[in-house]
Design a protein around this ligand. Structure first.
Ligand SMILES: [Zn+2]
Length: 260
C-alpha cells in the first residue's frame, strides 16, 4: 500500500496491526552516458511496486535525492550531502514514529546514502525502534553472485532495462570506464575514490569527474560491463530482491522492539 494513496483512517487502521513502513531513498546522479540520472530512484521505485504486489507493507513516497557529493560536477547531479539527507530522513522518520511506526525499512538505491541512513537508524534505535537498511544492489549480488555490483555497470543497467529499456542510450553502452590515475602514477585509482598502494586500498575523497569523464565504475567492484545487461537479467533480479524483501520484512516486523 502506498502511503500517498491512503487516507488517514486507513493509516490508523493499518497501525492497529502493523508498525512497519518502507521508505525508498534514491539519488539524482550521473551513472555514465548510457544511464539516466534517476537510476537510483527508478530501480527502488520498481522494486517497491513489486513488493506491493507481494506484501501488505505501507510504502512511503520515495526520497528522490541523496548524498552524492562525489558525483557533483556532472550536469544534473544534485546532492543533499550526508548532513542534508540525515536532516530530511530523520524528520520524516520522527513524524512517522509519532504516529506509531516502529519497524522502518529503507529501500536504498545508492551507496553514498548509507552513512546518513545508518545515522538515522541509530537515532531511531535510541528511541525504541528499528531501521533496516536494504541496499538492493548488494542484496542482489548476495542472492546471485552473477548479479555483480558497481556504479552504472551491468547490474544497474539491467535494473533500468527492467523498468524501461528505452531509458538506456544503447549507442553509449560500449564506452569504457576510462579510469585515470589522477592522484599520481604511484597511487593508481582503485574502487571509486580509493587508490591502491602496495596491494592496500586507501580512500582519498575527491570528485569522480577527476577520475573518469564517463562516470560509470564497475570493474573495481567486481561488477559486470553494461554491454552484458539485458531486460531479462533485470526482471529476474528485481523480482528476486522483491521476493526476499517480502520475506525479510515479515521476519523483521515480528522482531521485538529494542528493550522489549
Ligand atoms: Zn546507482
Amino acid at each position: 500500500m502506498f502511503l500517498a494513496k491512503m487516507n488517514y483512517l486507513e493509516v490508523e487502521e493499518y497501525l492497529k496491526t502493523s508498525d512497519t513502513i518502507i521508505i525508498p531513498v534514491g539519488s539524482l546522479e550521473n551513472h555514465g552516458k548510457h544511464m539516466p540520472l534517476g537510476t537510483d530512484t527508478l530501480i527502488p521505485d520498481k522494486i517497491a511496486e513489486l513488493i506491493d504486489a507481494r506484501a501488505p507493507f505501507v510504502i512511503a513516497p520515495t526520497i528522490n535525492y541523496g548524498a552524492t557529493d562525489d558525483l557533483v560536477g556532472f550536469a544534473g547531479t544534485v546532492s543533499l550531502g550526508t548532513e542534508g539527507l540525515i536532516a530530511l530522513l530523520r524528520t520524516i522518520c520522527d513524524q512517522l514514529f509519532a504516529y506509531g511506526f516502529r519497524h522502518f525499512m529503507i529501500l536504498n538505491g545508492h551507496g553514498g546514502n548509507s552513512a546518513a541512513i545508518q545515522a538515522v537508524g541509530m537515532h531511531l534505535y535510541r528511541k525504541g525502534a528499528y531501521l533496516a537498511n536494504l541496499n538492493w544492489w548488494l542484496m542482489a549480488g548476495q542472492l546471485n553472485p552473477k548479479w555483480g555490483g558497481g556504479h552504472g555497470g551491468g547490474e544497474e543497467t539491467a535494473g533500468v532495462m527492467a523498468v524501461d529499456p528505452a531509458l538506456i542510450k544503447t549507442e553509449y553502452l560500449t564506452l569504457p570506464e576510462n579510469i585515470r590515475n589522477d592522484i599520481s602514477d604511484e597511487l593508481p585509482t582503485g574502487a571509486w575514490t580509493n587508490v591502491t598502494y602496495k596491494g592496500v586500498s586507501i580512500t582519498i575523497p575527491r570528485e569522480i569527474r577527476s577520475i573518469t569523464d564517463n562516470g560509470w565504475l564497475a570493474h573495481a567492484f567486481g561488477g559486470d560491463v553494461p554491454t552484458r545487461a539485458d531486460a531479462e537479467w533485470g526482471r529476474e533480479m528485481l523480482n528476486s530482491v522483491a521476493d526476499y524483501i517480502a520475506d525479510f520484512g515479515a521476519a523483521f516486523s515480528r522482531a521485538p522492539l529494542p528493550g522489549k
